[in-house]
Design a binder for this molecule. Structure first.
Ligand SMILES: Cc1cc2nc3c(=O)[nH]c(=O)nc-3n(C[C@H](O)[C@H](O)[C@H](O)COP(=O)(O)O)c2cc1C
Length: 381
């Protein structure tokens, strides 16, 4: 799906799923035509049940490892891959609520879901109460929860008035969360960034929980920390939210930021007190970071090959496949400029597969000739 600008100013990024008529009966896609039934207010019992939903699931399933929502990158094939290697909860890429509600083609292509990829949360960005509620109600019965993206720092989010750019409009955000709490069957969660002061962050998190958020993911970077200014996430600021919310309110907090190596999961939980951690970039470069056991070294091309088999099975989009191959084989591709060029030009899964097989051949040759295996071409797990 190419980028386009809607009248509301949203830029539609790529979603990661190919625009395919679904042939795989395992896969569920939303229909182009859908009707929203009149809304019915949730009973106090249902609201209470939803409020405790994520705490119950985290405890029952002992969830500590969460794969992040990623535009064009947390598509079905990648989610299935990281689940195999230890992710216990996954998110769809961020979906634009307005388009999901109003544009059947966008809705159909925005995500692909399968039963074995559960529990899963559908993440939306939105800035209108009714639109957000409608989008959440449309996905009822097909996922385990809905999430409001309050973390996206990009200029496109500033123009579209969503993500972290909504954090100063607390009344609007709370109205959106309350509407879903009161009228949607699914539990609502929010993904936030830390604010300038510690007090402000805690106050913000409390407002969201009081409005009905049943889980919060806290990314330990400020809104300004992006691109070259990304820097390290501050886990002590996540700890502030955990101390103020997790025990006192019984609402699980997921810590996000700096999960890059095996071992970081335990370090982060220890340091923040969060119930679980979420990883994005770390998982993109090494989809095995959540793995508990297995060989110490795995050749990166073998993981790329495995991903591409899933990409074929689940019709991943070309840009998602390209980005995954680039990231998974990052170090090897730095060595082989010809293959790097080919990755940037190809579109079809078979062509990416040929490149990865060629990487494997060169890797084998290299190890035979010199008996030297570059550390770069393997994941340490
Ligand atoms: C390629 C990419 C796409 C992302 N898309 C989303 C998104 O759709 N929704 C969201 O809330 N955050 C998104 N993020 C942010 C991540 O979910 C995460 O909060 C951030 O990268 C920090 O985690 P990390 O240090 O593990 O990378 C994205 C990040 C990356 C790298």
């Amino acid at each position: 799906m190419e980028s386009e600008t809607t009248p509301e100013g949203y830029i539609v990024e790529k979603c990661g799923e190919a625009e395919a008529e679904e042939k795989n009966p395992e896969i569920f896609r939303f229909a182009k035509r859908m009707q929203i039934e009149p809304k019915i207010r949730n009973s106090p019992e249902k609201i209470e049940e939803n409020r405790g939903f994520w705490r119950r699931i985290f405890e029952e399933k002992k969830i500590t490892k969460v794969a992040a929502p990623m535009v064009d990158q947390s598509e079905l094939a990648f989610r299935v891959l990281v689940r195999k290697y230890g992710a216990q909860l996954t998110y769809t890429p961020m979906i634009h609520a307005h388009l999901f509600v109003t544009d059947g083609t966008y809705r159909r292509n925005s995500m692909a879901l399968i039963e074995k990829d559960r529990p899963i949360i559908v993440q939306f960005c939105a800035n209108k109460v009714d639109t957000f509620l409608s989008a959440c109600r449309l996905v009822e019965g097909h996922c385990d929860g809905v999430d409001l993206n309050l973390g996206c720092p990009q200029m496109v989010a500033k123009r579209g008035r969503y993500g972290s750019w909504l954090q100063d409009e607390i009344e609007l955000i709370c109205d959106m969360v309350e509407a879903v709490r009161d009228f949607c069957q699914l539990p609502i969660s929010c993904k936030i960034r830390v604010r300038e002061s510690r007090e402000e962050t805690v106050k913000y998190a409390k407002r969201l929980v009081e409005a009905g958020a049943s889980m919060l993911t806290v990314h330990g970077r400020f809104r300004e920390m992006k691109g070259a200014k990304t820097g390290l996430a501050d886990w002590t600021r996540i700890r502030d939210v955990v101390d103020a919310i997790q025990k006192p309110y019984g609402i699980p907090i997921v810590a996000n930021g700096n999960i890059q190596f095996p071992g970081d999961v335990e370090r982060c939980i220890e340091s923040t007190g969060a119930i679980a951690v979420m990883s994005a970039e770390g998982l993109l470069y090494n989809p095995l970071i959540f793995r508990d056991a297995g060989p110490c070294h795995v050749e990166t091309w073998k993981i790329a090959k495995e991903y591409l088999e899933l990409a074929k099975m689940y019709s991943a989009g070309a840009s998602a496949m390209r980005a995954h191959v680039f990231r998974i084989c990052h170090h090897s591709l730095l060595e082989y400029e010809d293959l790097r060029m080919r990755v940037s030009l190809e579109h079809r899964c078979e062509d990416f597969q040929k490149i990865v097989e060629e990487l494997g051949r060169r890797y084998e040759q290299c190890s035979k000739i010199s008996n030297f295996v570059s550390k770069c071409s393997k994941f340490q797990v």
